[in-house]
Design a protein around this ligand. Structure first.
Ligand SMILES: *Cc1c(COP(=O)(O)O)cnc(C)c1O
Length: 370
């Protein structure tokens, strides 16, 4: 069996360091925030080329606090894409603002920058691009539009740790960057986790207060805050894992290049890496009109796959109140119907990549003959 993700092999490869780091936290009893989280924040800020990183309990909380720090609330509109994980949109609603969707580009699967300006109204306060699958959104035109209209740019970097746009680390290109450390992400904790990065000291100060009950000092509540703090154990684990992120990212990129080559004439469309991007392949998604058949047949042969994501957010019942309908975002709808994510994680072996590609090709060739 080839699993879609394999967290165990990675844990075993660094078990001694992780176990030691966790025991140290247990011994210190700094279970919430504390020295390890503080050290992780410093290391992660430097890694992202940002002045500040604030560790929180989830990527969703990171997005929520980024929006609040930018002063976004009821009556405001935030531009984002419908082809994303639901958390991007949920966070905008948590802040009391209204998500306004712009379709994706059908090649990069990130926001279509040529359609942003027509979505801007007098209520627009921010643009929230998503670096989907680990490929950066086209940040230069996004920043140019944002500056021209006085909008804040908040990057959803939950799938794109270490990705680069024109040589610059994502997360530090916009005004605020938001990361998730959910276990399956490229940098994953052993539980929930997230972080906000920014080089704006005011945003950093606000987010630091908001994640811990709005306190400036203990029991002095300056803002109406939240309990969005990171666990000490997660901070310690993330410090260990951050040291391997370059190496693990390179492994993902090698597997992706290998898939690209093996699947070049297979009948599926392989991912397109945009000229501006250093793609980190959180997800390696191929496209085919025969997705359901291919997924079922791969599964029968012991190869697990995923679909990220089968239903764009504008067609989800929970967000029906936004008033969108089928046909509003044709590229998102088309891509959602055709993408299939193949096994992708640093510890995949060359042999496993070969097996996945060979099995996929056999299935599609067989289907053509039938
Ligand atoms: C995972 C993810 C989030 C949310 O992160 P959590 O840590 O699960 O709350 C937000 N946006 C995108 C694009 C994601 O993939």
């Amino acid at each position: 069996m080839i699993p879609f993700v394999d967290l165990r092999t990675q844990y075993l490869s660094i078990k001694d360091e992780i176990d030691h780091a966790v025991l140290k936290v247990l011994d210190s009893t700094q279970f919430v925030l504390g020295q390890e989280v503080k050290a992780f924040e410093e290391e992660f800020a430097a890694y992202c080329n940002s002045d500040y990183a604030l560790a929180v309990n989830t990527g969703t909380s990171a997005l929520h606090l980024a929006l609040l720090a930018a002063g976004i609330g009821p009556g405001d509109e935030v531009i984002t894409v419908p082809f994303t994980f639901v958390a991007t949109v949920a966070a905008i609603c948590y802040a009391g603002a209204t998500p306004v969707f712009v379709d994706i580009d059908p090649v990069s699967y990130t926001i279509d920058v040529t359609k942003i300006e027509q979505a801007i109204t007098s209520k627009t306060k921010a643009i929230l691009p998503v670096h989907l699958y680990g490929q950066p959104a086209d940040m230069e035109p996004i920043m140019e539009i944002a500056r021209r209209y006085g909008l804040t740019v908040i990057e959803d970097a939950a799938q794109a740790h270490r990705a680069e746009y024109k040589g610059q680390r994502i997360g530090s290109i916009g005004d605020i960057g938001c990361f998730s450390f959910y276990p399956g992400k490229n940098l994953g904790a052993y539980g929930e986790g997230g972080a906000v990065v920014t080089s704006n000291p005011e945003y950093a100060r606000t987010i630091k207060m908001l994640r811990d009950w709005g306190q400036e000092e203990r029991y002095h509540h300056v803002l109406k805050g939240y309990n969005y703090r990171m666990d000490g154990i997660q901070g310690a684990i993330l410090r260990v894992k951050l040291r391997y992120l370059d190496q693990w990212t390179e492994a993902r990129r090698t597997h992706a290049a290998h898939y690209d080559q093996l699947l070049a004439d297979s009948g599926v469309k392989t991912p397109t890496v945009m000229p501006y991007s250093h793609h980190v392949y959180h997800v390696y998604a191929v496209r085919t009109k025969q997705r359901e058949m291919l997924q079922a047949r791969l599964n029968e042969q012991g190869i697990q796959t995923g679909i990220h994501y089968p239903i764009p957010v504008h067609l989800q019942p929970a967000y029906a109140d936004l008033g969108y309908k089928l046909g509003d975002f044709p590229n998102s709808e088309l891509v959602a119907n055709e993408v299939l994510s193949l096994p992708m994680y640093a510890e995949l072996t060359t042999e496993q990549v070969n097996t996945v590609a060979k099995t996929l090709k056999n299935i599609l060739q067989g289907a053509k003959v039938e």
